[in-house]
Design a protein around this ligand. Structure first.
Ligand SMILES: Nc1nc2c(ncn2[C@@H]2O[C@H](COP(=O)(O)OP(=O)(O)OP(=O)(O)O)[C@@H](O)[C@H]2O)c(=O)[nH]1
Length: 587
């Protein structure tokens, strides 16, 4: 800071470039009200380097330029700058500060509706703003803005909130000043009010001359209201140098008007008129301030007192016009505030209705997802039912097949039963007819089986029957058909088998049966079988004929001594001729 001061104090030397522009701008900003002229010099110093600054520093400089323009009473060029900062800087802190300044411009220019709408917007985002410095700035501007609508309590409340959240580098000066100003505006302040005294003390200690001046001017105003013109005049003399140094337009105007009023109360009409006229001289075109109204009132009273009716009337007309404007302005502010409140209410209702709609949509979504979940469950349930049905159908089919299979099999030996054997034999023979294949049918009957049963029991008889089946199976192919016709009688249909081979297989079966021993009560018993064979070469493909021939051969084997094989045809006679022999002659 000292370097800056020295550099500025020697205009003949080239100014070195600013080493840290961001820090420089922060320092300048902190001096705005404390040392306004120094602040202006710093702005002038950095201005030539504006193009070389970083983007964020450029936005900061623009904000300070806008602030200075407003301070000097010219807000026209500041407004677009502030809008640019709000729309394009992307810096939340700067956006909040620029919004607060914009609020001040809108208020100053009596665009109350926009100001209150912006204030409502800023109040709505206030809870989201955690940065203490931005929060503080917003609260102070909000207090000022609602005070315009004569919302004294709300203005005091915002000011107290700011007082409770003073950021580092700030003091309680501004919040206390705002509380005093709001109370004064609401006609709740007296010259001895502690709020005002405290604000003056704190702002004096905080070296905030502009704000302190504002408090002094309020105190002077109160003195005048209370007809303490001597105190008012003494205080005006006391603060005169500070007012001149700060060079703040509003305060200079107010100062002149209060001085005119004080002189008038003290009976010094000449000085009162001089002060009132100099107040009018410094006023700007279109200025509707209450200060000017008071100035015209002073002039009117003086001219009236001195009998200058025409001049008095002329001042009165100005006064009346400003008073009307002032009343209109007060009404406009109240109306604008009400409208902004109404709009806020509408927005809230719209937001409520939107959130209700959103809730309904969410409920609908929930219902849809529940419905989807339910349909998924239904589908899963259906699948389970379907799988179960398929499974049960499969089991049913399997048991049906099993039953069917069982119905085809002999219960003791698990080979085809009589009925199934006949059916299958018929079918196989039919297929052989088509391709002129050959087959042999062997009829087997165990010899003296009754005696085995009688001698060793039915159970052993069953074992003998099962053993016979095992022996036969060992000599058959998978394509051959094997069945039990009943009791101790079996039948084999050898498919694609010539007579010679059929004879050989039948004989081998007979031999193995004859050689087989079965254990019975510690002893071994042997058994034998007689076999009759018939083949398609001689008997043809008719099952009845083939069976009959095989049976005849078997009967012949029994008659000629049992435990032998007899083939149908001439071989039967031959077998019968050798009744005493054990084997058929052709083997
Ligand atoms: N253990 C047992 N015996 C059976 C079964 N079915 C029939 N039998 C018996 O088989 C015997 C058949 O006797 P028969 O018809 O006189 O014939 P056989 O004693 O073998 O005399 P031949 O045939 O002339 O040699 C009867 O005693 C029946 O009770 C069976 O499933 N198990």
């Amino acid at each position: 800071m000292a370097v800056v001061c020295c550099a500025l104090a020697q205009p003949g030397y080239a100014t070195p470039p600013i080493a840290n522009p961001a820090k420089f701008l922060d320092q300048a900003e902190s001096l705005r009200l404390q040392d306004h002229s120094q602040f202006v010099r710093m702005l002038e110093q950095i201005q030539p380097e504006a193009d070389a600054l970083s983007e964020s520093d450029q936005w900061h400089l623009r904000y300070l330029d806008a602030w200075e323009a407003i301070y000097e009473g010219g807000s026209a060029k500041s407004e677009p700058q502030l809008h640019q900062i709000i729309d394009r800087s992307g810096d939340p802190a700067l956006i909040a500060k620029a919004s607060s300044l914009l609020l001040k411009i809108l208020s100053t220019n009596r665009r109350y509706e926009e100001a209150f709408a912006l204030a409502n917007h800023l109040a709505s985002i206030l809870p989201e703003i955690k940065d203490p410095s931005i929060r503080f700035t917003l609260l102070t501007y909000l207090s000022q803005t609602v005070d315009l609508a004569d919302q004294t309590d709300l203005a005091v409340q915002y000011a107290r909130m700011a007082e409770d959240a003073i950021p580092p580098g700030e003091t309680a000066c501004r919040p206390l000043m705002l509380q005093a100003a709001a109370l004064n505006n609401g006609k709740r302040l007296k010259s001895a009010s502690p709020e005002l005294r405290k604000a003056i003390d704190v702002c004096t200690n905080a070296r905030q001359p502009v704000v302190t001046n504002a408090m002094w001017l309020i105190l002077i105003d109160l003195y005048l209201d209370e007809n303490q013109s001597g105190k008012a005049m003494a205080l005006l003399d006391q603060i005169s140098p500070a007012i001149q140094t700060a060079h703040y337009y509003d305060h200079m105007l107010s100062f002149q008007v209060r001085r005119a009023q004080a002189y008038l109360q003290l009976g010094n009409d000449d000085e009162a008129k001089k002060s009132a006229l100099s107040a009018l001289a410094m006023s700007q075109p279109g200025d509707l301030s209450e200060q000017l109204m008071d100035a015209y009132q002073v002039l009117y009273q003086i001219e009236k007192k001195q009998g200058h009716t025409a001049a008095a009337l002329a001042y009165y007309e100005h006064y009346a016009a400003l008073d009307k404007s002032h009343v209109d302005d007060v009404r406009a502010r109240a109306l604008a505030y009400d409208m902004a409140e109404q709009q806020l209410l509408v927005q809230k209702m719209q937001a409520d209705s939107l959130s209700k709609q959103n809730r309904i949509l969410k409920l609908r979504d929930d219902l849809t997802s529940k419905a989807v979940e339910t349909s998924r469950l239904y589908i899963a349930l259906l699948l389970v039912v379907l799988v179960s049905v398929v499974f049960w159908l499969f089991r049913l089919k399997r048991s049906q097949l099993r039953f069917k299979q069982l119905s085809c099999l002999d219960g003791l030996t698990s080979i085809s039963n009589h009925q199934h054997f006949l059916g299958e034999a018929e079918r196989l023979l039919q297929s052989l007819v088509k391709r002129q294949g050959t087959a042999c049918l062997i009829a087997i009957d165990l010899d003296h089986f009754k005696q085995i049963n009688d001698a060793h029991g039915h159970a052993l008889g069953d074992i003998v029957l099962k053993r016979t089946v095992v022996i036969c199976r060992q000599h058959l192919r998978s394509t051959d058909l094997f069945g039990r016709l009943g009791g101790e009688e079996f039948c084999i249909l050898l498919i694609d088998c010539q007579r010679e081979r059929g004879m050989a297989i039948a004989e081998r079966i007979r031999v193995v049966i004859e050689a087989t021993l079965v254990d019975a009560e510690g002893a071994s018993i042997s058994f034998s079988a007689s076999l009759g064979l018939a083949c398609t070469d001689a008997s043809g493909y008719d099952l009845q004929r083939l069976s009959k021939d095989a049976d005849t051969a078997l009967y012949s084997a029994k008659r000629t001594g049992r435990n032998r094989l007899v083939a149908s045809g001439e071989q039967v006679d031959q077998a019968e001729a050798q009744q005493t022999g054990k084997r058929a002659s052709m083997l």
